[in-house]
Design a binder for this molecule. Structure first.
Ligand code: NAD
Length: 265
């Protein structure tokens, strides 16, 4: 199966290149970076310490050695939109790992999924996929008497906040409580804001060091609190999930899928 990786020199890109290289059933046919990258033309294998893979970094998916069956994208929202256009043009499946999309961009992804198969997940780890179900169930069981707050921490380079995973966890809690996250989310607090409105779902964002991704959903009431936590300790967990999604996606019809579909949950 032929794979192209966009944003290949990035943190997730390098992890993916390493795992594709180890898998005899996968062939890396393209590795891209942004058009102004000083790395263009360099072999991605050499960049990742894997030796010469004969896959030079390009800035255009159209220049892949062979046309890919699936493109794996962990870049930026603007770059993902361009990759979406390419995949749509040639009927290629797309794995979207990028986070931080606007609602208009999400609509464009849903529109493209009428023509091509797309897996779109804010978090490709199996643990977070299961956690999303637990968060929804716990919210439904505990009900409105428990205040829901979501705390996340990521490395100092992360550009979007709250994380895509924190927002998905918020959506899961809101579904369990039959609320609309857009109407009840509080993304930060400062100054004399008064007491907490019990119909809100709060978010707190921490950034620092090399934290790969920590998320905790807190349900607090008078006398007790429940906390559900996930901690990612390296990026392999996301990259392995994305490759599992790519293998699965190859045989799917057009549609918008997430990791629950990939895992058959
Ligand atoms: P990074 O900054 O290390 O890597 C991004 C790469 O994309 C860089 O190499 C950059 O040069 C490249 N890029 C930018 N514009 C491009 C373009 N037009 N064409 C090709 N390449 C381009 O970031 P990262 O830590 O690897 O994360 C990337 C994205 O993935 C972020 O949105 C992050 O939140 C998300 N992420 C998602 C998951 C998940 O499980 N869904 C896990 C980790 C990270």
């Amino acid at each position: 199966m032929n794979i192209a990786i966009t944003g290949a020199p990035g943190r997730m890109g390098r992890t993916l290149v390493g795992l594709v290289h180890q898998d005899p059933q996968l062939t890396l046919v393209g590795a891209t970076d942004r058009p102004d990258s000083s790395l263009l033309g360099t072999d991605i294998g050499a960049l990742c310490g894997l030796g010469d893979l004969k896959v030079p970094l390009i800035d255009d998916l159209d220049a892949c050695v062979t046309r890919p069956n699936v493109v794996i994208d962990f870049t930026t929202p603007a770059a993902t939109m361009a990759h979406l256009t390419y995949c749509r043009q040639f009927g290629i499946g797309l794995i979207i790992g990028t986070t931080g999309f606007s609602s208009e961009e999400k609509d464009q992804i849903a529109e493209a999924a009428k023509e091509i198969p797309i897996v779109f997940a804010a978090n490709y780890s199996v643990g977070v996929t299961v956690l999303l179900d637990l968060v929804k169930q716990t919210a439904a069981l505990l009900g409105d008497d428990y205040d829901v707050e979501i705390v996340e921490m990521h490395h100092r380079h992360k550009v979007d906040a709250p994380s895509g995973t924190a927002l998905r966890l918020g959506e899961a809690a809101a579904e369990g409580l039959k609320r609309n996250l857009e109407e009840c989310a509080i993304y930060g607090r400062e100054g004399a804001e008064g007491p907490r409105d019990n119909k809100t779902i709060g978010f707190a964002t921490l950034r620092g060091g090399d934290v790969v991704g920590d998320h905790t959903v807190v349900y607090a009431t008078e006398g007790e609190r429940v906390e559900l936590t996930h901690k990612a300790s390296n990026r392999n967990t996301f990259a392995k999930g994305a490759l599992r999604a790519a293998r699965w996606l190859k045989d799917q019809p057009a549609g918008l899928y997430d990791m629950r579909n990939v895992l058959g949950l």
